[in-house]
Write a protein that binds this ligand. Sequence first.
Ligand code: PLP
Length: 344
Amino acid sequence: MKINLISDTTTHPTPGMLDAMMNARVGDDVFKEDETINLLEAKVADLFGMEAALFFPSGTMANQTAIKVHTQPGDQLICDKYAHVYNYEGGGVSFNGGVSCKLVDGDRGMMTAEQVAASINPPDFYHSPLSSLVCIENTTNKGGGACWDFSEIEKIRKVCDDNKLGYHLDGARLWNALVAKNESPRQYGEIFDSISVCFSKGLGCPVGSVLVGSKDFMDKALRIRKILGGGMRQAGYLAAAAVYALDNNISRLAEDHRKAKEIGKLLETLPYIKSVEPIETNIIIFNLEDGIEEGEFLNTLKENDIHIIGMGQGKLRIVTHLDYTDAMHKRLLEILQGLAIKKV
Ligand SMILES: *Cc1c(COP(=O)(O)O)cnc(C)c1O
């Protein structure tokens, strides 16, 4: 039994999802004539209580488009040092937008309103890049699936208003935060200028992200998406999976969170584990004891057909997801418990 826990992106569409995809009514979305894309966009806009939404092939393209709409070349955006837009989008912030990042030294990928305020360059000091956008991430990826305290998100909104900054949420795993904290999409729609959400992470779709915001924002985003090559034709086959996921796969994320916490609890008791970071959703980040070689540990797991990834600096990551079954969970816990890992 292969147990793949490298990411929640490794899922395969279930028969129900495939069925929805096969039966999708489609058209040419570049002409806005794909019924299923239009349905998905309307559904997501309504869910967040925002005016408009736009389907994208990836979360990266959705974020990059949002950043491009919010900024001008030479501007600076403010984000945590762990931010996906800074670390894992290939430098697209500078490539696509001509924008630099002011990195904030936050906690598990989350910064405070005070830190954001302190990172803004004075707008009349023309020697510095113009601060024009704040990007936050919920849940945080590199921060181990941590969820924001909503009141801090609100405080940052105030800082953005006071300083005329755009406010973008990279919500690739926002669904996980909503379930873990019992929050609603509307709460987020009221605060942010733009939000990106992924369907290919915990929700089990093969492809797809959506950007939500105002009508005016999305008119501009449509042009940028075209420029980036993201205008797709009969993409309703993909959107059908996302519609299905919205209806079927959100509340079950609690199960991924439960399993992640159970894994973390076991890891804490094992002699070869030094520490486990707090687990709030479906991501487990942990460190091996000193003297235990990471590559060797990963190989030992691989021999048992268990696949996880190293994040560098001695950190390892496990991500639970839709395809991680109860049987796999039982087996994983047994194997971890029984591993005889020796220090070198
Ligand atoms: C996965 C992810 C994205 C987008 O990823 P794609 O692979 O391009 O869909 C953006 N932000 C965060 C925090 C992510 O985890």
